[in-house]
Design a protein around this ligand. Structure first.
Ligand code: TXA
Ligand code: MG
Length: 327
């Protein structure tokens, strides 16, 4: 069931998490499916609900900096902590940092890795929930594994149905793409997933940053530094292609277009057109993209065509998700 974001429902949600249950809650990026990060059995339920492979670790969500010491190992790496000091100005916000793990965090959370991804969400509903919980909350996106992340409470309900009893409704997610994931345990730091805190933002505070899997780790799922880098991810049921990948003459009968506006506004020959921005405003594109894919996926189309944008700034994250949805 969907519950509005009221003080009583936040209290209820915190009590459910404390008792070892899972539930969906809003963040500024996408909706998360949360469990008490210190409770291995509760966290195991998340993997089961999502059908998530056990080798894909979760992000741990915190309310305040004093909680950080319960989650990361402050003695493990001086270099990582120095980097953390330079980059934590982006907290609270859509940035997850991979740091040495505190032994208190059960192995199921981190898929057995000796590192843990942490973030402080900025969404007021997420913050109120985390404050009420007092314990850290492990949460992946609240979708079935390898599917498009939910950016509304209704998306969560549509996708997870009765697998989740409690969905806290915080409205549509403002960012709309999952958080940036940056590993601070490598030197230079490595961008594992682009997001709204852009590569340019990170570089301006940290200097040189590597991107993607290390060369020796490519193409071996278990060996990837971030299993979420798997090529096929974010896939709707309907086949999806980037604009230009298929010649219009080869389109099947029912084709939907997700348009970013701007110069490529030609929408002839499409069964349905959804314009998510009129002027290629990338913040707007990011915030509405997954919703548009969800909606098109329910239209019984033969194909979804999506506009593209330059791979810089937020465009890097947008194109990352689109390329993987189209893979
Ligand atoms: O915006 C977000 O990050 C959302 C909201 C709910 O916070 N969460 C989210 O979680 O997108 P998820 O599980 O869908 O993606 C987590 C990503 C995966 O790519 C995972 O492999 C990576 O973070 N990750 C988590 N822990 C890691 C670790 N210790 N080392 C490397 N990658 C890690
Ligand atoms: Mg996910």
């Amino acid at each position: 069931m969907i519950y509005p974001l009221t003080p009583e429902n936040i209290k209820k949600a915190a009590a459910l998490l404390a008792s070892g249950e899972t539930l969906a809650f809003p963040t500024e990026t996408v909706y998360g499916l949360g469990a008490n990060a210190f409770n291995a059995e509760a966290v195991a339920k998340i993997f089961e609900i999502k059908g998530r492979p056990s080798f894909n670790p979760l992000i741990v969500h915190l309310y305040c900096e004093t909680q950080l010491q319960e989650v990361i190992d402050l003695n493990a790496s001086v270099a990582a902590l120095e980097l953390l000091d330079k980059i934590k100005i982006f907290w609270p916000g859509p940035l997850s940092l991979v740091l040495p793990k505190n032994p208190r965090i059960p192995a199921v959370v981190t898929a057995g890795l000796d590192t843990v991804a942490v973030r402080f969400p900025s969404h007021p509903g997420a913050r109120a929930l985390l404050e009420a919980c007092k314990f850290p909350v492990a949460a992946p996106s609240a979708n079935l594994s390898n599917r498009v992340s939910p950016t509304t409470a209704q998306h969560v309900l549509d996708e997870l149905g009765d697998r989740v009893d409690f969905i806290l409704d915080g409205g549509a997610c403002q960012v709309g793409l999952e958080s940036t994931v940056l590993s601070l345990v490598e030197s230079p730091p490595r961008l594992l997933r682009p997001g709204a805190i852009t590569l340019e933002d990170l570089t301006s505070h940290l200097g040189k940053i590597e991107s993607g899997p290390a060369p020796h780790q490519q193409h071996t799922p278990q060996g990837l530094p971030s299993p979420g880098m798997l090529k096929r991810h974010y896939a709707p049921r309907t086949k999806i292609v980037l604009r230009g990948q298929i010649e219009p003459k080869d389109y099947p009968p029912k084709v939907g277009l997700i348009s970013f506006g701007g110069t490529s506004a030609d929408s002839n020959g499409f069964t349905i057109v959804t314009t998510i921005s009129h002027h290629q405003d990338l913040d707007e594109v990011a915030s509405k993209l997954f919703g548009a894919i969800h909606a098109m996926d329910n239209q019984n189309l033969d194909l979804i065509v999506v506009d593209t944008c330059a791979e810089k700034g937020l465009g890097l994250a947008i194109m990352d998700r689109l390329k993987r949805a189209a893979a």
